[in-house]
Ligand binder design. Structure first.
Ligand SMILES: Nc1ncnc2c1ncn2[C@@H]1O[C@H](COP(=O)(O)OP(=O)(O)OP(=O)(O)O)[C@@H](O)[C@H]1O
Ligand SMILES: [Mg+2]
Length: 263
């Protein structure tokens, strides 16, 4: 069964404006899809609609199947059981996923306890394993989110997302808020974890150069509609849509500019 199947997804605002239009995509186990588009093109709303987490006042239509479970129109209570195991999200801002008033170890213990039924010493060992997996030292377990760096917070948020061993990981610009060297570390970490666990990955970014590094396939969003999709290699070499060509050109222009500036 595919971790994700989206057919004819639409997202509407309360005033009736359609922000995502007739979007269809599917992810097989272990497959990696990059979703790109400029700011405001509907990438985050697509991710939220897939998880059934749209902001109040927005409605979705069409079909979203997470490992076979229909998300659209399903009450939140029932989706709670699906989220975490079928799919989890890492957001741009790690504090979205972290409770500022709870130590990292305790936050991480909660989903691990629920998912694996562990307690006491074994639960504590599993929490430390989860931290080690995202290369965080043991002492982070006793820290509050504000006591660790932005990169460490994103690692903790990744550990939270992985706690229930989801079949699909959605990463919505997971490195945009971090400085460049930390970005590369977090991307490499995500890449390794997705491979190790054989998870499917929906990787959202406005940066085609970053997407090209992690995704096998790319879907291009413009004003809420998918204008092009295909294998990353083909899209980068021969973009068909003018909008995609512009994205390719700006990604490569920046890259050669950085090469020029590099010592
Ligand atoms: N809570 C909201 N209320 C009203 N409109 C919203 C809301 N969230 C998003 N929108 C609108 O929906 C459109 C798509 O937004 P979305 O956040 O999905 O864009 P995005 O592609 O993720 O952009 P970015 O790259 O800046 O993150 C935008 O026009 C935005 O203004
Ligand atoms: Mg966004």
């Amino acid at each position: 069964m595919n971790p994700l199947e989206v057919t004819g997804l639409s997202v509407r605002r309360a005033d009736g404006r359609e922000l995502v239009r007739d979007l269809s995509l599917a992810l097989a186990p272990g497959e990696r899809l990059g979703l790109i588009g400029e700011s405001g093109s509907g990438k985050s709303l697509t991710a939220l609609a897939v998880m059934g987490l749209l902001p109040a006042g927005m409605t979705s239509g069409g079909s979203v199947l997470l490992s076979g479970t229909q998300v659209i129109g399903t009450p939140d209570r029932r989706l709670d059981r699906v989220r975490g195991r079928a799919a989890a999200v890492v957001f741009q801002e790690p504090l979205t996923a972290l409770d500022p008033l709870m130590r990292i170890g305790r936050q991480l213990a909660e989903p691990i306890r629920r998912h694996r039924g562990l307690r006491g010493v074994r639960l504590r060992a599993a929490v430390l394993d989860a931290l080690a997996e995202v290369r965080l030292p043991e002492r982070v377990a006793g820290a509050y989110p504000h006591e660790i760096s932005g990169g460490q917070r994103q690692r903790a948020a990744i550990a939270m997302a992985l706690a229930c061993e989801p079949r699909l990981l959605i990463a919505d610009e997971p490195t945009t808020a971090l400085d460049v060297t930390v970005q590369a570390e977090i991307l490499a970490l995500l890449d390794g974890l997705v491979t190790e666990r054989g998870m499917a990955l929906l990787f959202i970014s406005h940066d085609l150069a970053v997407v090209a590094d992690v995704a096998d396939r790319v879907a291009v969003l413009k004003d809420g509609s998918m204008v092009e999709s295909g294998r990353t290699r083909d899209i980068v070499r021969e973009p068909r849509h003018a909008y995609t060509r512009a994205l390719v050109n700006s990604a490569w222009a920046l890259e050669s500019e950085l090469d020029r500036l590099a010592p």
